[in-house]
Ligand binder design. Structure first.
Ligand SMILES: [Zn+2]
Ligand SMILES: [Zn+2]
Length: 315
């Protein structure tokens, strides 16, 4: 009887220990959840997805390099980079990431080309950056003997469809709807081991985006909220809703897709709008699981999706 009780206690302990130490199949970390606004609270848009030892980085807003190093991730260790579109709040951090990631100290260390995928125009962007920073590259090559391969771009213009497929980790690009004047513009789906994460990219409501995220583990959507008074008094704001999702637009996408977890990852709070206003607007349409992302918030994806706000011990 005592042995039976001990056995049951041991089994229970093992089960609890297993739950406590289960490794996520994939993880997603928001490096920057902000907009073009140069605020220290939310850096420019950038999202890190980790699966099967691969580090995949989506967009490179202002400060992406700083956030990576806050996580003790050397900039040169990103496996592949993916761009959604050419708005500067998604590219402003690219030269920093590319150039600083090439440097020899612990925070850099890239010795192989910078792998970059994006819509048509990505190869031209890489070529332009290489020209713009040619003097720095030439000086460091002679002065520091940094390896030339580490500052080369391996850039690819890609069409919608499968763009990355390595050891079971697959990335698909899809065209979203960022308004008639902002094309091309992509979102991305990342799949691994039966789990799926979808990043909307910058988009207004799009049934294509919602269909990509149908039943996904994690559906990250961009959003902007403009208080009614601001919308009425400042005509320029009306145009914003022509190319970005309002809270109810995003809520319709969430309601269509019914993901395990819906989250905002590119958050535009205009005027005096707050995240509480954002949530209240969403709740008029969508009643499922919802999180408003913050910088360095981490999502761990396995049998369930766990949200971990940033804490110092992870540094
Ligand atoms: Zn945009
Ligand atoms: Zn944007």
């Amino acid at each position: 009887m005592l042995i039976g009780a001990l056995y049951r206690a041991t089994v229970l302990w093992l089960l609890l220990a297993g739950v406590g130490t289960a490794q996520p199949v994939m993880s997603v970390t928001l490096l920057g959840s902000g907009t073009p606004a140069p605020t220290p609270d939310r850096f420019g848009n950038s999202t890190l997805v980790e699966a099967h030892g691969q580090r995949l980085l989506f967009d490179f807003g202002r400060g992406a390099s700083i956030r990576l190093w806050q996580l003790n991730i050397p900039l040169g260790t990103i496996t592949a980079h993916f761009l959604t579109h050419f708005h500067s709040d998604h590219t402003a951090g690219l030269p920093d990431l590319w150039l600083t990631g090439w440097l020899p100290p612990a925070y850099g260390q890239r010795k192989t080309p910078f792998v970059l995928f994006g819509p048509p125009g990505t190869e031209a962007l890489a070529k332009g950056l290489s020209g713009a920073f040619a003097a720095d590259i030439a000086i460091r090559a002679v002065d520091e003997h940094d390896p030339p391969e580490g500052i080369a771009f391996d850039a690819h213009d890609v069409a919608p469809g499968l763009v990355w497929n390595r050891d079971g980790v697959r990335v698909f690009a899809f065209a979203n709807d960022h308004g008639v004047n902002v094309k091309p513009s992509y979102g991305y789906t990342i799949e691994y081991a039966g789990h799926r994460v979808v990043l909307s990219g910058d988009t207004r409501y799009s049934p294509v985006v919602a269909a990509q995220a149908l039943g996904a583990d994690l559906f990250l959507h961009s959003v902007t909220i403009i208080p009614a008074a601001l919308l009425a008094s400042t005509p320029g704001y009306r145009a914003v809703y022509q190319h970005l999702a309002s809270p109810t637009d995003a809520a319709h996408a969430f309601a269509d897709a019914r993901p395990k977890l819906a989250a905002f990852y590119h958050v535009g709070l205009n005027g005096d709008a707050t995240t509480a206003d954002l949530i209240a607007a969403v709740r008029t349409v969508y009643d499922g699981p919802l999180t408003v992302g913050d910088d360095l918030m981490r999502f761990e994806i396995g049998d369930s999706v766990i949200v971990k706000p940033f804490d110092q011990p992870r540094r």
